[in-house]
Design a binder for this molecule. Sequence first.
Ligand code: PBG
Length: 324
Amino acid sequence: MDISHRPRRNRKNASIRKLVQENTVSVNDLIFPLFLIEGKNKTSEVKSMPGIYRLSQDLLLKEIETCMKLGISTFDLFPNLDAKLKDKTASESLNTKGLYLSTIKKIKKELPEAVIMTDVAMDPYSSDGHDGYVKNGEIVNDLTLEILAKMAVAQAQAGADIIGPSDMMDGRVGYIREALDDQGFSNVSIMSYTAKYASAFYGPFRDALDSAPKFGDKKTYQMNPANSKEALLEADLDYNEGADFLMVKPAMSYLDIIKLLNDNFNIPIAAYNVSGEYAMVKAAGAKGWIDAARIRDEILLSIKRAGASVILTYFAKEFALAKK
Ligand code: PBG
């Protein structure tokens, strides 16, 4: 046969395959999301996320220390709050003695090397379970911005390194950037949830935090999964409003969006490999239907190959353990 190009030559043994490998996932690329609960020495597994636990402050600190030894440096924290603390205006988010802010402060004091990312949105603190302020059944954009900016400043004061607005209100990146700068936090970064889709993949996360909306859905602020041009519009806005990272969420079903943003913007693209994506792999793995560890690695690699240089994933710790 006269075949001039034989791509199989570059696959003929493991060494050559390694030599021509285009992408790799490293522990350095990963951010580990962690769930925080009240109490001492308390842990409770998230039912729909086997291997993922809500941890009280003391155990969370230990977990961060363990993960740092494995090479994970950045952690994204989410609080699970008692329903009694939730109200219309998410006021608990400003409580410096409350669970979230006091824990951030403690981590930064005891483990100053840990990079702490925080979530800015009203849902964990809101009696309505929405990311924004609710009035007559509507999510009111501009009133929400004021609440989010105060929340972001409070988190920066507690020591947050990266602020992650996950709310999808219009104009929030610029509004938060200005508030942070005004208060002297020009070194605090913003990783914007830029293209955050109204997705069923967030189900297990809402179980973890008991934060599901009390009415309706999030479709008036999170994006329609059918759209990609709209992701470019959101990215343009966030970039121009001063975002340091642009995030796509979820990841697996949105690899085209990751590539689109990476092809068009010269700042790092992050992807959130969300709770439902984790749950599917764990569930099928537990049934013996798939090789969950290999699938985990293949999923992370595909997200990296699509163009995300940062991946938020519940697999972070087990990936780090597996690569040790
Ligand atoms: C809340 C928030 C959500 C996630 C991160 N921040 C859920 C939502 O928007 O309802 C989802 C994360 C996951 O599913 O792993 N603003």
